[in-house]
Design a protein around this ligand. Structure first.
Ligand code: ADP
Ligand code: ADP
Length: 223
């Protein structure tokens, strides 16, 4: 059974059908690349799977619940506690330090500051940016923010990690290392990993490939 599933999912912005009747089932432990041209609906699909964007038709099932039917507050709570997200342009809080940003999901779950900080530092170390822990996030580079955002998406052991171009600001060697860490951490937890990417090398680290065109799944190769 899928941990996260879209059924006939449709999302429109006015006249634009960004996501058009998409069916997609993500099994625990699966690793999926989502590729496709710019404007084809990849970001919107991922945001709808995370319950950030509400569909105008279809269903999103997360851990045996209709995510799209929950209130905003309930969706946000599921997302913070059970999902990890990496947004394309990062959404870390610039006024907080890097480690404070990575601690946030753990603190939402009620973890105390000291163990939360220790866990966050381990994850930053796994991503090669532990030395930046106490820097204010607004003062580090785009690639460093991206790695901190990946650390934050993994730190609380989510059952699904959804990442929109998580390595776009990284050189190819660092991108591969970040992908390897994402795969290792999610595999160990039996979590599903979804990565939107334009990079075929990044996609090659994942097992399944979904190609989106004009809001539809044009090709799907599931291992
Ligand atoms: P990419 O093609 O690399 O995914 P886009 O430039 O399409 O990036 O989108 C970047 C951001 O701008 C996204 O958050 C998306 O939701 C938003 N966006 C894209 N197109 C529009 C639009 N026509 N109107 C408003 N926001 C948009
Ligand atoms: P991709 O991630 O593949 O680049 P997006 O999901 O960002 O695609 O965009 C899909 C379509 O929806 C595009 O036509 C884009 O312009 C439009 N779109 C995306 N976000 C918005 C938005 N917030 N408002 C209006 N149109 C949007």
């Amino acid at each position: 059974p899928a941990v996260l599933e879209a059924r006939s999912l449709t999302v429109s912005y006015g006249e634009t059908r960004a996501v058009d009747a998409v069916d997609l089932a993500l099994r625990p432990g699966s690793r999926t690349a989502i590729m496709g041209p710019s404007g084809s609906g990849k970001s919107t699909l991922v945001h709808a799977l995370a319950g950030v964007v509400r569909p105008d038709a279809g269903e999103v099932w997360f851990e045996d619940e209709r995510l799209d039917q929950l209130s905003e507050a309930e969706r946000s709570r599921r997302r913070l506690s059970r999902m990890g997200m990496v947004f394309q342009f990062g959404d870390l809080v610039p006024e907080l330090t890097v480690v404070e940003n990575v601690m946030l999901p753990l603190q939402v779950l009620g973890e105390k500051a000291r163990p939360a900080r220790a866990r966050a530092l381990e994850m930053l170390d796994a991503l090669g940016v532990a030395d930046l822990a106490d820097r204010r996030t607004g003062t580090v580079s785009g690639g460093q923010v991206q790695r901190a955002a990946v650390a934050r998406s993994l730190v609380h052991g989510p059952s699904v990690v959804l990442a929109d171009e998580p390595t776009g600001a990284l050189d190819s060697l660092t991108a591969e290392q970040v992908l390897d860490t994402m795969v290792a951490v999610t595999s160990a937890a039996g979590a599903a990993l979804v990565v939107v990417t334009h990079d075929h090398v990044v996609a090659s680290h994942l097992d399944d490939l979904v190609v989106v065109r004009d809001g539809r799944v044009a090709e799907a190769a599931v291992a």
